[in-house]
Design a protein around this ligand. Sequence first.
Ligand code: FAD
Length: 117
Amino acid sequence: KLENATLKAELGRATWKFMHTMVARFPEEPSKEERKTLETFIYLFSRLYPCGDCARHFRGLLSKYPPQTSSRNAAAGWLCFVHNQVNERLKKPIFDCNNIGDFYDCGCGDEDKKKGD
Ligand code: FAD
């Protein structure tokens, strides 16, 4: 089957949105287990991402820049940085990681503060 750049880009946008939104909700002070969960997720993601070339490049980035999981800030800053590495390779604009603050809002409110959650 032919490569379809439109679909590839669409998948990329959706994936980045999900990943940035996920780390924006990562605990500010994660437990050991939460840190391991994020790290494991990222490595499994890099094996399963459906664009094989993208996944292979991303695995190269992971070996150079291992996932940072010590805090929400560390994780969000790391993901912003590696996304910028991809942007650079694809000759896309570099995102100012200082402006990541409230850019990724899951829209889920304060549900994690609800009782029994
Ligand atoms: P995207 O890069 O998809 O970004 C979407 C939006 O996120 C931007 O409009 C901006 O608002 C914001 N953003 C941009 N940079 C950052 C940042 N650093 N931090 C936070 N937010 C940011 N495509 C290929 O052709 N070849 C590849 O090898 C390739 N590898 C990829 C690897 C991964 C892991 C992923 C998830 C995607 C990959 N893609 C690849 C897709 C590519 O990165 C883009 O998603 C796609 O080209 C669409 O680009 P876009 O211009 O819409 O912006």
